[in-house]
Design a protein around this ligand. Sequence first.
Ligand SMILES: Nc1ncnc2c1ncn2[C@@H]1O[C@H](COP(=O)(O)OP(=O)(O)OP(=O)(O)O)[C@@H](O)[C@H]1O
Length: 210
Amino acid sequence: MQITATSLGKRFQRDWIFRGLTHLFRPGSATAVLGPNGAGKSTLLNTISGQLLPTEGKLAYTLAGRPVAVEDLPRHLAYAAPYLELLEELTLREMLHFHTRFKALRPGVSAEALIDLMYLEKSRHQLVREFSSGMKQRLKLGLALYADAPLLLLDEPTTNLDATGVAWYQEHVQATRAGRTLLLSSNVPAEYACCDELLLVTDYQNIRAR
Ligand SMILES: Nc1ncnc2c1ncn2[C@@H]1O[C@H](COP(=O)(O)OP(=O)(O)OP(=O)(O)O)[C@@H](O)[C@H]1O
């Protein structure tokens, strides 16, 4: 998917979070959205995902050369973020079967195979509510990485992961990123080593609209 941001700005009440952001996210590119805590990384990802409306400027999406309306974006998007909830009252197996009715997995990956890929096979019948925070994060990442979606947004992907979990994330983000447009918000170099472009949110602050 190609995303064109033109003079994009987002304001909450009287505070501009970013402004004058013009950027082309090319199909197949991996962009790290960087900046300190509170800089506006999640706000930018949420604006690009269509969950927040821009205050000014434009976002245009195309897939294989055809325009995609923002209301159709959820079909083409996989998103993992610490603030997105899992269906905690279901077992892992129930949750995956429910989730994949709405968001298909990549061709050739079944829900059962994904459980193994996430190293969660011993927890197949356990309630997601009972998972450790690292297990929940691996589940969120597994669902996003292995979704059949050309746009992948990852907000602070190694949150709650130990060293083994970080290595798992690095292996699986590499295995699944080809041909997708990846945007990843981060403060941690190990998270964004896979990215070929860096976008500093603070470059779009304290400025008038460009
Ligand atoms: N819904 C909202 N209403 C008002 N202000 C908001 C809202 N969401 C975020 N903000 C403010 O926007 C600013 C940017 O927040 P955001 O979560 O995008 O930063 P971040 O770079 O992702 O931070 P972190 O690294 O801590 O996750 C913060 O000052 C935050 O308080």
